[in-house]
Design a protein around this ligand. Sequence first.
Ligand code: DQA
Length: 172
Amino acid sequence: MRLLVIHGPNLQLLGSRQPSVYGKTDLATINQDLKRLAAMRGVIVTIVQSNHEGEIVELIGKTKGRYDALLINPAAYTHTSIAIRDAIEAAGLLTVEVHLSNIYAREPFRQHSLIAPVCQGQISGFGPQSYRWGFEALVALWTARSAALTAAPRPTAAPGRRRPSTSRRRKR
Ligand code: DQA
C-alpha cells in the first residue's frame, strides 16, 4: 500500500501548541511513529505538512496512480474547506480523517466536518493514537479490498455465452 499522510495547518506547532488540548507530542514524533508502523506493515509512506489549502488540494489532485490511501488531519480546514472535500471525493482513495482532539466535545464551530462524509471514516479524540488507529484502519481496509479483488471469479467464457448454473437459474 502506498500511503500519503497530510497534516493540515498549524500542526507543525504540535508539542508547544495548547498542550492541554493537543498534548505534548510533537509532529516529528508522530511522523517517526507512522514511519515505524509503515516499515512493520510493508507500507510505503509519504508525509507532508502544509498550512495552505491550495497546496493540499494540489497534493490530493496528484495522487492518482501514485497512492492507494490517504490519512489526513485537515486541522482547521476540516470545518471550512469544500475544496479539500471535493479533492478527496475526486481522488477516490481510501481515506481516513483523524484528529488529536475530540472535535465533538469542543466549540460548536469545530463540531462539524465537511471532510468526513467523503472519507471511509473518522477517528477523533485519542491524541497521537488517532493517527495509529487511522493508519491501522487504512491497512485493514486495503487488505480487505485486495483480498476481495483476488477472490473475484474470472470470466471463463465470453459474457454472451455464459449460462447460469442450474442451482442459480431463476424459476419463471
Ligand atoms: C484538529 C482539530 C481542529 O479543530 C483544529 O483546527 C486543529 C487540530 C485536531 O487534530 O484535533 O488544528 O484537527
